[in-house]
Design a protein around this ligand. Structure first.
Ligand code: ZN
Length: 335
């Protein structure tokens, strides 16, 4: 029996006993006894029997109330657990682990990465992708914007910045070992979750047919309150594109004319997440993560400080799972 039920039963017994010895319980019996010409002994005996009966009835009643309370408490706990399961539960998957687990990076087939800005993947998942590539996976990157707001030089136009940053992204991709870097060229800082954007994302999923998809966590982003708007919008649109749009034949049926068949994504790895469920050891990928990040020359003021700061951050994430250097993800299984 739950610990909460024991005080309830003891309390009920105490109330019953106290009530039994109070005058309002004895006086009526004494009056009845006097009317019936009972001896004092008989009055006392009848009163004692009535009191005992009163105690037993109260304890039984308290037991019934405790049992109902216990059932209600179990029901609340079940509902709370189901809410924690979130998407996993809705889609009929297993439980979301309450403690982060150490995971191997995906290593087979095509991995598709969708990020808002040219240097996003280096921040969050390049160490993991380096390990996936070494294990045999083909990694393709789709950038929704070309980071055209990323300059404070008054001589730069947005078009200049975009061109420079696309070149840097291509160089970073080569250093990392990406098979492809593609650009959707939405305006930096102004990405909107439109049907047109979802259509572009669905077309890319149907073209590349990834076994695993990496993108920003839109539901529990890190940092929680000051996440870049583009990160939230892109993450949400990518999840919608992966499930269910890319899978369903009648969503964006115009893709069929381009030879693009429906494709079901099985696994989504959400980076920049505040609710990680998987930590990946990036000891073997850290140097390439840094090399790729330093390819974004226009976004780098002090390479040594960046290298030291990023090592410290990877060590902090690793400490959550007992790893020297790590990246963390919320992993969704959609099959
Ligand atoms: Zn970004």
């Amino acid at each position: 029996m739950a610990s909460a039920s024991v005080p309830l039963l003891l309390g009920a017994a105490a109330v019953a006993v106290l009530h039994s010895i109070l005058p309002d319980h004895w006086v009526p019996l004494a009056v009845v006894g006097r009317t019936q010409r009972w001896s004092l002994f008989r009055v006392a005996r009848v009163s004692a029997l009535a009191s005992a009966g009163h105690v037993v009835a109260s304890v039984v009643l308290a037991g019934i109330i405790a049992a109902i309370g216990l059932q209600f408490q179990r029901q609340l706990e079940t509902q709370h657990r189901d809410r924690r399961r979130g998407l996993h539960w809705l889609l009929g998957r297993g439980e979301v682990p309450s403690q982060p687990t150490i995971s191997a990076p995906p290593s087979v087939g095509v991995i598709m990465v969708v990020a808002a800005h040219p240097d996003d993947i280096e921040s969050w998942c390049a160490g993991t992708l380096a390990r996936s590539i070494d294990a045999g996976a083909t990694v393709r990157l789709l950038l929704v914007t070309s980071g055209d707001k990323g300059s404070d030089d008054p001589r730069d136009s947005a078009a200049d910045v975009a061109l420079r940053r696309e070149r840097e992204a291509m160089d970073a991709g080569r250093r990392l070992g990406l098979a492809e870097v593609a650009f959707l060229r939405h305006p930096d800082g102004e990405v909107e979750d439109t049907r047109a954007l979802r259509g572009e994302l669905v077309a890319a999923i149907r073209r590349w047919r990834p076994a695993a998809l990496f993108t920003h966590d839109p539901a529990h982003p890190y940092p929680p309150y000051l996440t870049h708007r583009d990160h939230r919008v892109v993450g949400r649109a990518v999840l919608d594109a992966a499930y269910p749009l890319a899978r369903d034949r009648l969503s964006f049926p115009e893709h069929a004319a381009e030879g693009l068949a429906p494709h079901a994504v099985r696994e989504v790895w959400l980076f920049s997440t505040d609710r990680p469920t998987a930590h990946v050891d990036i000891g073997a990928g850290f140097d390439r993560k840094i090399a790729a990040r330093l390819a974004h020359v226009s976004q780098t003021r002090d390479a040594d400080a960046l290298r030291a700061g990023w090592r410290e951050r990877a060590a902090q994430i690793g400490a959550e799972a007992g790893l020297p250097l790590a990246e963390s993800f919320a992993v969704l299984h959609l099959d």
